[in-house]
Design a protein around this ligand. Structure first.
Ligand SMILES: [Fe+2]
Length: 207
């Protein structure tokens, strides 16, 4: 699996610290949302994963290896879901930053323009994919060979198992935005793209 060296993990799996204060993304994402999303949902996935793998063949595997070993296996769905959601959330928090958005660094902007034409077209494709994801899931900017691409995944699914290298993730589960935006997913996604998205993190992941 690609891009596995940047999120370290060992068993028991730990909830990584948020890369900023819980009110640092306010008002786009409130401290109240972070309190539930990070403190309850993300923590819950980590706690469930540790319970599910204890005493099993997965107990000593890294998070990435658990995801690879359980994807698509009907009898391992709970382990996959909790491992993938643990990974996805850690990646999501790092895909955001206070005072994000704006212009990507030159190295990334060049890649975006080569793949989408313009930065606006790239952002529009991310927002459209977010709206097209029916129910819970994720929207990703990924590297597919040399090209950037937007993909969406349902529920806990990750792009890595399809050979795509994730650069950025936006959580479109309702728990990511409901307290701040109620049902207005588009407003949440557009605000994230304009004000929080961490283009530097995408560039790091692309290189
Ligand atoms: Fe989430």
């Amino acid at each position: 699996m690609m891009n596995t060296d940047k999120i370290k993990s060992a068993s028991p799996h730990l909830l990584p610290a948020l890369p900023y204060a819980d009110n640092a993304l306010d008002p786009v994402i409130s401290a109240n949302t972070i309190g539930f999303h990070y403190g309850k949902h993300h923590k819950g996935y980590v706690d469930n994963l540790n319970k599910l793998v204890a005493g099993t063949e997965f107990a000593d595997l890294s998070l990435e290896k658990i995801i690879t070993a359980t994807v698509g296996k009907a009898d391992k769905t709970a382990i996959f879901n909790n491992a993938a959601q643990t990974w996805n959330h850690t990646f999501y928090w790092r895909s955001l930053k206070p005072k994000g958005g704006g212009e990507p660094p030159a190295g990334l902007k060049q890649k975006i323009e080569a793949s989408f034409g313009t930065l606006d077209a790239c952002k529009k494709e991310l927002a459209t994919a977010a709206m097209a994801q029916f129910g819970s899931g994720w929207v990703w900017l990924v590297l597919n060979g040399a090209k950037l691409k937007v993909v969406k995944t349902g529920n806990a699914d990750v792009p890595m198992t399809a050979g795509l290298k994730p650069l950025l993730a936006i959580d479109v589960w309702e728990h990511a935005y409901y307290l701040d935006y109620q049902n207005r997913r588009a407003d949440y996604v557009n605000a994230v793209l304009d004000k929080l998205i961490n283009w530097e993190f995408a560039l790091q992941n692309a290189s």
